[in-house]
Design a protein around this ligand. Structure first.
Ligand code: 5AD
Ligand code: SF4
Length: 455
């Protein structure tokens, strides 16, 4: 979501007459987009921003080295955007001395104006938004060739109303708001007309699209396939757009894994056979404490539904280790759930207390060394699992959307199959980025498939 918000800001700044430059060293304006989901993420963003303001003031270590080498910094303005701004409020200016402006996640669209005001001499400008504010410019994409690609992110749902006990996202990104389907369809249509082949629909919990507020209204054409749930209906509408090869979406909650969603997967080949379905824990006790609103059995039932439809359906997940009170038995339940679900990939996070969340009131009682151990165990399990699951695909032919040459070898290209698996293949020169090609898989690693083009 932050990548998408950053893109929208870059596009708006371009429209206001600014130009992209190739590197941070050449920039006159740098805006850092921040995350606050874990403490480390926030510290990284704040640290980076502080480094930039020190650089500009000529106080940083690298700034001094540059001055010694006779190269002055070109940096004129430093801004901070995103979730850490909303959490910290005016305190950001204490944390980052010399910061020119800051904008919260639902206020990114104000940034071109903030830049203008700073250039006119104002400083320490702050824009935070209310929990229900609907930003402008959600659908702005770059017209400049440097910003164009065959892949695009499209925000469909803002905020989150789930309120999991550990999570700060609802506090910083506000309440759910679904963009009108008509607006989303028009945006994707115009992207497809400009050569976009793959869109990824974004929201904290996309399967809740159209739940809090209506996404469809009576004046919209009825669903030809008789879809009544807003999200599958959106997939149906997007699948009719000419030129659009692939539709992805993230992230999902198992509650939204309905029969209609599976029907949409079955009916529309453009809808990729991959779902990022964060589980967080395999222990019913911990899931209850987390306020996730599903049990292990309900989660696994959603997995079964998807794999019954397509045994190769690709599933990825997020897991938190070391939630307050997580015992060795709870952890083993997470391990066994991950094995049963058979994930293609998993992101493991060490629990980090976030101020103001319900879980932050509980003692953070799993020692860091134990969190680290649990993290390593799950990653090692996942490596073995990924290798075994990918191994089953050796000998099959995958449809791959070519993305571009690998960094080390121009002739080795990388792309992704419908399941979001990375596929490396030799490009004799005939394949261009954005082409869909067939690749026969010859070798598998835990997170990568290797193969040859099939003519
Ligand atoms: N500590 C650790 N991980 C967290 N996540 C969300 N909040 C926390 C927290 N307080 C993880 C969840 C979520 C992912 C984006 O970040 O796994 O799915
Ligand atoms: Fe956070 Fe839960 Fe919402 Fe995900 S669903 S953003 S974990 S509150």
């Amino acid at each position: 979501m932050n990548v998408r918000d950053s893109e929208a800001v870059a596009a708006m700044l371009e429209a206001a007459g600014h130009e992209r430059c190739g590197s941070e060293e050449d920039a006159e304006l740098v805006i850092v987009n921040s995350c606050t989901v874990r403490d480390k993420a926030e510290q990284k963003a704040i640290g980076k921003t502080g480094y930039l303001t020190a650089e500009r003031l000529g106080r940083g270590r690298s700034a001094q080295a540059k001055i010694a080498a006779g190269k002055a910094s070109k940096l004129k303005l430093v801004g901070l955007m995103g979730c850490a701004v909303k959490r910290l409020g005016a305190e950001v200016f204490e944390k980052v001395p010399g910061l020119d402006f800051a904008a919260g996640p639902r206020k990114f669209w104000m940034i071109p104006r903030l830049v203008e005001r700073c250039l006119a001499g104002e400083s320490e400008l702050l824009e935070l938004a209310g929990d229900d504010e609907v930003p402008e410019g959600l659908g702005v994409h770059s017209d400049a060739p440097s910003g164009q690609s065959f892949q695009a992110y499209v925000t469909i749902l803002l905020g989150c109303d789930n309120r999991c006990s550990y999570c700060i996202v609802p506090d910083v990104r506000g309440h759910e708001y679904s963009r009108p389907a008509r607006e989303v369809v028009a945006e994707v249509r115009s992207l497809a007309e400009r050569g976009v082949k793959e869109v990824c629909l974004l929201g904290q919990s996309v399967l809740r699209y159209g739940v809090r507020n209506k996404a469809w209204d009576e004046s919209d054409a009825p669903s030809p396939g008789g879809y009544t749930e807003p999200f599958p209906r959106l997939l149906e509408a997007l699948a009719s757009i000419p030129g659009l090869e692939r539709i992805r979406f993230t992230s999902a909650h198992p509650k939204g894994c309905t029969d209609e969603l599976v029907r949409a997967y079955r009916s529309f080949p453009q809808v990729c056979r991959h779902l990022h379905l964060p589980v967080q824990s395999g222990s019913d006790r911990i899931l209850g404490l987390m306020g996730r609103h599903y049990t292990r059995a309900e989660y696994l039932a959603a997995v079964k539904k998807l794999r019954d439809f397509d045994p190769e359906f690709s599933l990825t997940t997020d897991v938190i280790v070391g939630y307050p009170g997580e015992t060795a038995e709870d952890f083993e339940e997470t391990r066994s759930l991950m094995e049963e679900a058979g994930y293609e990939n998993a992101f493991v996070f060490k629990y980090s207390p976030r101020p103001g969340t319900r879980a932050a009131a509980l003692p953070d009682d799993v020692p860091t060394s134990e969190k680290e151990r649990r993290d390593q165990v799950l990653l090692a399990d996942q490596d073995a699992r990924g290798l075994a699951r990918n191994g089953r695909l050796v000998g099959t032919v995958r449809e791959v959307l070519a993305e571009g040459p690998s960094l080390r070898n121009e002739a080795r290209w990388s792309g992704r199959d419908s399941g979001n698996r990375i596929v490396i293949f030799d490009n004799p020169g005939s394949v261009r980025a954005g082409d869909v090609v067939k690749v026969r898989i010859e070798r598998a690693a835990a997170q990568t498939l290797y193969g040859q083009l099939v003519c």
